[in-house]
Design a protein around this ligand. Structure first.
Ligand code: ADE
Length: 228
């Protein structure tokens, strides 16, 4: 998979992809992330990328021309399955969207800033508008990094244990069950006996029951009929 990201703050998008799983995904050639600085496409001597909004009001708006130039340059090089705009008024990102996007080949992400982008960009280039939650951040970079991480770890071969993404919270609309590791006893705090039993059928059942209970307590909204 290849993900291109357009931003006015490319520095914000280096570290999130330089460690751990995202680093490994890139080293293995499973994921290619290209960050594109919008500034060189800005207008005039100051490489301007934003301007006052028509009709007045506080806050600058990202201008059309620099974004159009860069998007059209990128689109001439490859076809994108989705052109995504990160914005608080977009569709809410969740595990299902991450699963769906992880099956795509090329994604283009546009990070918003200031008051957002000129609406005509959204009307003519954007195929998917995404919000990572009901709060407003200073720009789309952290949302873009978050999406790349959630999508990238789902690509086959990225996780060491190929099956472990299947057991994440939300994959079956349940939160994940509790986990334990050594030592089996610490300050008198033990580990559930069943996990040490070696009986995998029983362990699976225990995990399912714990996941169900945790979901009932914390996120009853996720439960389907019959699970409540
Ligand atoms: N840009 C600013 N806030 C955002 C949010 N919550 N989701 C996506 N992009 C954003």
């Amino acid at each position: 998979m290849r993900i291109d990201i357009i931003t006015v703050l490319p520095e914000l998008l280096t570290s999130p992809f330089a460690h751990s799983m995202m680093k490994r995904a890139q080293e293995k050639g499973l994921l290619e992330i290209m960050v594109h600085d919008l500034r060189p496409y800005g207008l005039g001597r100051h490489q301007q990328v934003d301007d006052y909004q028509f009709g007045g009001g506080a806050g600058m708006v990202m201008m059309l021309e620099p974004i159009v130039t860069l998007i059209e340059k990128l689109k001439a090089e490859r076809t994108y399955d989705e052109v995504i705009y990160l914005t608080p008024d977009g569709q809410r990102f969740d595990q299902k969207m991450a699963n769906r996007l992880s099956l795509k080949g090329n994604l283009l992400m546009l990070c918003g800033h200031y008051k957002g982008v000129d609406q005509r960009i959204r009307d003519h280039f954007i195929t998917l508008e995404v919000s990572i939650g009901d709060f407003v951040l200073s720009g789309g970079e952290i949302p873009a990094a978050l999406m790349v991480d959630a999508i990238g770890r789902l690509l086959p071969g990225v996780l060491n244990d190929e099956t472990s993404a299947l057991f994440d919270s939300f994959q079956d609309d349940l939160l994940a069950p509790p986990v334990y590791t050594r030592p089996a006893e610490f300050r008198g705090w033990g580990v559930p006996e069943v996990l040490l039993s070696g009986n995998f059928a029983k362990i699976e059942d225990w995990r399912y029951q714990e996941a169900l209970q945790r979901t009932r307590e914390r996120r009853p909204d996720l439960l389907k009929e019959g699970e409540e």
